[in-house]
Every structure is written in structure tokens, then in C-alpha cells.
Design a protein around this ligand. Structure first.
Ligand SMILES: Cc1cc2nc3c(=O)[nH]c(=O)nc-3n(C[C@H](O)[C@H](O)[C@H](O)COP(=O)(O)OP(=O)(O)OC[C@H]3O[C@@H](n4cnc5c(N)ncnc54)[C@H](O)[C@@H]3O)c2cc1C
Length: 268
């Protein structure tokens, strides 16, 4: 839709040009699939990040760096090395966003995480693989925070005014792990009501990440595969289940318990 309060668009080509652009009344524009989907009466300026030329996917000595501007289509196209079986989650998580071909080719990993919907599948992916958010501010400052702690609630993140999400860093150890993915939604093409991802590391450790069913990622870590009752007990300690038209809290809790046990059994 037309954003008729927006009167300025900047498209910085480098970090110097980006510096100082973000502030009150201004929003970072990535794919724009959410920004242009509803009125934005508080905005007068957009800062288009797609001119910054960040390489979408970079294999580093520590793992994989996913630029905030990497699209879902680029992420699913990543040809992972055979030693990174967890990369199978890229497609599974992208498919959890039931958008069209057009959305997949425009929506970005960073836009999805910064939007911070409970059903944000890039948050699910990054939180499950111990992803770290690299945040830029000003001309040369940066900080890092685990993605599981970056999203703190429905549409809430720890992003500070003027900060921009530059990249998500996935460690090689998590990419080398075995994983299992489950998702439930009330409708076939509906938004996720629960996304459960399990990870079994080389040392036998087990990590279960719950998203969509809760307002922020919930990460349950065990030194070894837990027994079914132990896992159910840990899930029972989740104090709040998300409530919106995509699922009632009691349904989300029940379905998450079922999916978690399937994940546990698959990774046993
Ligand atoms: C049919 C359809 C289905 C959808 N299904 C889902 C779904 O299941 N789950 C879901 O989570 N979303 C869904 N969406 C919403 C949206 O399309 C996605 O969340 C998408 O990934 C947003 O990415 P974007 O790049 O288009 O973000 P934009 O719309 O460009 O931006 C989203 C927000 O993030 C901010 N932002 C973007 N990039 C950065 C950055 N690098 N640093 C700081 N702030 C930034 C923007 O200022 C804005 O506030 C759906 C949309 C459609 C049209």
C-alpha cells in the first residue's frame, strides 16, 4: 500500500552514508513486505538497506554469516557443505513463512527477525542454531547478542534507536549438528502456531527451541538426550503461551508437547 506519510527515502551505498540516518520517524527498509502491508502513520522517512551491497551468505572460519538483507530465496538456495546437515533447516524454516514466490524473493532474514513476530521463522532458525545478531550503530560501533535474547516479546526486540541489524552469525558447531523440525498451524497455509526445533550436538547435548507458541524464543538445553518425562517437565515450566487468532494458549501448549516428543524421539 502507499505510505502517504512517508516523504523521504534514502538509499545509502555504504556505512558512512548510513550513519545518522535512523532515528525517530524513520525506519530501516529491507524487503518491505511488512512495512508496505499496513499504514505506518508514525513514519516520515525510509532508509533502504538493500543498496549497502552486503553479500547475502558468507562462509567464514567460524561458520556462516547471513546478511540481514539476505532474502528467504537466497537462504534456501545456499549449497551447504556436506558437514553441515543442520542447513536443511533453512528451507524448512523458510517454508514456515507461508508467503508467495514474490514474498520469498523479497522478504529478508533481518526484516523477519527485527519484525519479531512470535511466528518469525528466521528467529526460529537463528535461535535454534545458536545464532548471534551483529548490530551496528554509528560509524564504527557494533555489538553482538544471541538471537534467542534479541527478540524479547511480540513485536519487541532489544534493538536500540539508531541501531541496525547487520548480520546473523551461525556457528559451525551448530551447523554440524543433527536437527529435527516440527511445525503446527491451524490452517494449511496459516501462520505457525508452534515451531519446535531440536538439535543434537556432536557431544550428545540436546537443545530444544520453541517459537511461535511463545511470545519469544524458549530454549531448553540438556547435556544429553532427556527422557520423555524430563523434557515434558521442562516444557511445563514455560509460564506463558502465546494467544492470538492463530492459536489459543492451551492448544499451543498441547501441540508443542506432542511435537517436542516427536523431535526428541527422532534425535534419540
Ligand atoms: C503472505 C504473507 C505471509 C507472511 N507470513 C509471515 C509469517 O508467517 N511470519 C512472519 O514473521 N512474518 C510473516 N509475514 C510478514 C513479513 O513478510 C515477514 O516477516 C518478512 O520476513 C519481513 O521481512 P522484510 O525484509 O520484508 O521486512 P520489512 O517489511 O522491510 O521490515 C520489517 C521491520 O523490520 C525492520 N527492519 C528490517 N530490516 C532491518 C535491519 N536490518 N535492521 C533493523 N531493522 C530492520 C523494519 O524497519 C520494519 O520495522 C508475512 C507477510 C505476507 C505478505
Amino acid at each position: 500500500m502507499d505510505l502517504n506519510t512517508v516523504t523521504a527515502l534514502h538509499r545509502p551505498g555504504d556505512r558512512t552514508d548510513l550513519t545518522g540516518r535512523l532515528g525517530p520517524g524513520t525506519a530501516a527498509l529491507a524487503g518491505g513486505t511488512w512495512l508496505f502491508s499496513q499504514p505506518q502513520p508514525d513514519l516520515h522517512t525510509l532508509v533502504d538497506l538493500t543498496g549497502l551491497g552486503w553479500p547475502p551468505l558468507t562462509v567464514t572460519a567460524r561458520g556462516l554469516e547471513i546478511a540481514a538483507t539476505c532474502t528467504l530465496a537466497e537462504l534456501t538456495g545456499f549449497a551447504a557443505a556436506p558437514g553441515w546437515p543442520a542447513a536443511a533447516l533453512f528451507r524448512a524454516c523458510c517454508e514456515a513463512l507461508a508467503g508467495s514466490f514474490k514474498i520469498w524473493h523479497t522478504a529478508t532474514v533481518g526484516g523477519n527477525i527485527c519484525l519479531a513476530l512470535p511466528a518469525g521463522p528466521m528467529t526460529s532458525l537463528a535461535a535454534a542454531l545458536d545464532g548471534t545478531a551483529l548490530l551496528w550503530s554509528g560509524a564504527d560501533s557494533q555489538r553482538r547478542i544471541p538471537v534467542a535474547e534479541f527478540v524479547v516479546g511480540d513485536r519487541r526486540t532489544v534493538l536500540r534507536p539508531g541501531e541496525v541489524l547487520r548480520a546473523i552469525e551461525l556457528p559451525a558447531a551448530a551447523l554440524a549438528a543433527r536437527t529435527a523440525f516440527r511445525r503446527a498451524a491451524l490452517a494449511t497455509q496459516g501462520r505457525s502456531g508452534s515451531v519446535v526445533i531440536g538439535r543434537r550436538d556432536a557431544d550428545g547435548a540436546f537443545v530444544l527451541t520453541v517459537t511461535a507458541a511463545t511470545d519469544r524464543p524458549r530454549r531448553l538445553a540438556f547435556a544429553a538426550l532427556p527422557a520423555a518425562a524430563e523434557l515434558a517437565g521442562a516444557l511445563a515450566r514455560i509460564d506463558r503461551w502465546f494467544d492470538d487468532p492463530h492459536g489459543a494458549p492451551d492448544w499451543r501448549r498441547a501441540v508443542t508437547l506432542l511435537l517436542a516428543e516427536e523431535v526428541r524421539a527422532e534425535l534419540a
